[in-house]
Design a protein around this ligand. Structure first.
Ligand SMILES: [Zn+2]
Length: 272
């Protein structure tokens, strides 16, 4: 399942294809939006934004909200290119003279008025989105320091989009490794220094994953490891899926466990 950086990259691709241009092709093939094509047709696309795993596309006086769940997928093609044959059902088509964006298989699609975004059941619950490159450090730190989350173990808390949006499973392991914090800790037990480290790591590791397409180690280290024969799978992260391999910063081995029913890998020596 894609995590924050992947959704934000998809949003960026759609934005490049559509923003500032007028839609001259609009198709909606889903019960919640069918018949509303005229809201978007011949209107200009103002913005495309990811909010955690949801996507917002503002056109004219309305905003389309979609959430991909497990199966939804956006594709972007040149207007002259036919999409590849697929078993997926076309739900939304938004096109201009040059490009066409298509949403496949998603079942969570709505057209909203801008004021409806504020109280939206999914959007309203989200914490600061660390996959948004403009997220503010102060907001992330305030969330980590909030008494509301003090009794929650970080392993589970980091997957809660109401705490920090945009973090998924590989980022959970990588953020905790980068901050040097054990997944078994609760936010209430963190020192000020640790809270600051966690906020910084959450932002930096997620931004790195965005820029380097899911790689969370520095490019130089990644290249060296690949040159030494390691697979992409073994080279791209500090801890995640590296169980049994040596930690990059100490002589300990990375340990594998399952927490909140998902895989988590960590260094028992570096993360305290
Ligand atoms: Zn280590």
């Amino acid at each position: 399942m894609p995590e924050g950086p992947e959704i934000h990259r998809a949003a960026n691709r759609i934005a490049k294809a559509l923003v500032g241009k007028t839609l001259n092709q609009v198709e909606f093939h889903y019960k919640t939006v069918e018949g509303l094509e005229h809201y978007f047709l011949n209107k200009e696309v103002e913005y495309v934004k990811a909010r955690s795993k949801g996507l917002l596309i503002s056109v004219g006086d309305y905003v389309m909200y979609s959430h991909n769940q497990l199966y939804g997928r956006w594709t972007v093609n040149r207007a002259t290119t036919k999409p590849k044959p697929t078993n997926r059902s076309l739900r939304v088509l938004l096109g201009n003279d040059k490009n066409i964006a298509r949403l496949w298989s998603a079942t969570d699609i709505e057209i909203l008025e801008p004021w409806e975004l504020v109280g939206h059941p999914y959007l309203a619950k989200l914490g600061p989105d660390v996959a948004d490159l403009e997220v503010r450090y102060e907001d992330v730190l305030a969330q980590i320091s909030s008494p509301k989350f003090a009794r929650r173990q970080l392993s589970g808390l980091l997957l809660d989009q109401g705490f920090l949006a945009g973090v998924g499973n590989y980022l959970r392991s990588e953020i905790l490794f980068s901050a040097g914090i054990s997944p078994y800790r609760k936010t209430g037990s963190l020192t000020e220094d640790e809270r600051e480290k966690l906020a910084k790591s959450a932002i930096e590791i997620t931004a790195l994953a965005y820029h380097e397409k899911g790689v969370t180690v520095p490019q130089e280290l990644y290249k060296t490891l690949r040159d030494n024969g390691l697979s992409r799978y073994q080279a791209r992260h500090y801890a995640f899926t590296r169980d049994g391999l040596e930690c990059h910063t100490c002589d300990s081995l990375i340990v594998h466990t399952r927490l909140s029913s998902r895989r988590l890998d960590y260094c028992p020596k570096c993360q305290i």
